[in-house]
Design a protein around this ligand. Structure first.
Ligand SMILES: [Fe+2]
Length: 335
């Protein structure tokens, strides 16, 4: 912002009415501190943005070659980084507010105020745009760091248990494909992906030789393994994810008919993300190699979910999984 105190502000005025443009020119010359460029149409404005990017844009909404919010959208597309102040002849606050929803920083009504008001509004718009950009950048970085952390946790577990290396990542990939096919919202899909990446995190509490032991497990060892979904829930329940990740982990071994664990709940009591996770988990586990058996392949996996559709698994999820795999083939083949 120091630049504003010393250098003049490069302002692009987009205004087709020569009288209005002249008035702004005179007012800003009196106020000082501006280097003004004028454009009388959207085409001229676009050219000017290419020739010399401004610090801010003062924009009339009705131009010979564009009108209303289309003007806003066109200018924002041509110069996404530039702060935009709407310059409108309509004494209509709703237009100004709508323009702000379309990404403009502020609005001015023609014939009201003087050069100082324009200057203040433009300076404030530049500052607000800078703050908005910084905030957006920070939010995006935070989101990236969250995903990287979740991946690191996922990898930590799989390093300890090499027989399931890549299991969570592959389950996440298939779950995402099923969820997308079922039309889940973007936010639900983000949560599904995140939950799937760490769905077996509770296995950190299972002795590693239980996980890698070939042959049948004793009922006691099996009981310890079954504890992993509740343990996983306990590990993540205090993380304020914007998605139901803890529930997904807790419920991924629940079954539609109530024969699953840990709580034996069924039907809609199991959240949709966990119902998808259950199918993706079983398909991946059966298709892949395990310490106690070789890989059985995708066809055996699909037979298994078909056979238990409606009893263990949500029939809608099973149908979506079959359709997706029908379309793309073996989802794990590339690995
Ligand atoms: Fe599991």
């Amino acid at each position: 912002m120091q630049m504003l105190a010393s250098a003049p502000i490069k302002l692009l005025l987009v205004e087709d009415n020569p009288g209005d443009a002249r008035l702004v020119q005179i007012m800003l010359r009196e106020t000082g501190g501006f280097r003004l460029t004028c454009a009388a149409s959207l085409a001229e404005a676009r050219q000017s943005l290419l020739d010399s990017p401004p610090d801010a844009i003062l924009l009339d909404l009705s131009l010979p070659d564009c009108q209303g919010m289309d003007t806003v959208d066109a200018i924002r597309k041509a110069a996404p980084q530039a702060p935009v102040v709407i310059f409108t002849g309509l004494n209509d606050e709703a237009v100004g507010l709508r323009a702000m929803q379309h990404g403009c920083q502020d609005y001015l009504v023609k014939g009201q105020g003087d050069g100082n008001l324009i200057r203040r509004t433009v300076v404030y718009a530049i500052e607000r745009k800078a703050v908005d950009e910084e905030r957006r950048g920070n939010a995006e970085q935070l989101k990236r760091v969250l995903l990287q952390t979740v991946r690191a946790v996922s990898l930590t577990l799989e390093m300890r248990d090499p027989y399931t290396a890549g299991h969570q990542r592959r389950v996440a990939q298939l779950a995402l494909m099923i969820g997308t096919h079922m039309g889940l919202s973007d936010i639900q899909l983000e949560g599904l992906h995140t939950g799937a990446l760490i769905h077996d995190i509770g296995k950190i509490n299972v002795p590693s030789d239980f996980l890698s032991r070939p042959g049948k497990l004793s009922p006691a060892a099996f009981a310890v393994i079954r504890q992993h979904s509740a343990d996983g829930f306990e590990i993540v329940q205090d993380i304020e994810f914007p998605w139901p990740v803890a529930k997904m982990i807790l419920q991924h071994h629940e079954r539609m008919d109530g024969t699953g664990y840990p709580h034996g709940i069924g039907g809609d009591d199991i959240i949709i993300e966990a119902r998808i996770l259950a199918v993706a988990d079983v398909v991946e586990a059966i298709s892949s190699h395990r310490p106690y058996r070789p890989a059985l392949g995708i066809d055996v996996a699909l037979d298994e979910i078909k056979r238990h559709s409606g009893t263990h698994f949500d029939p809608m999820v099973v149908a979506a999984c079959l359709e997706v795999i029908e379309k793309v083939g073996d989802p794990f083949k590339a690995e």
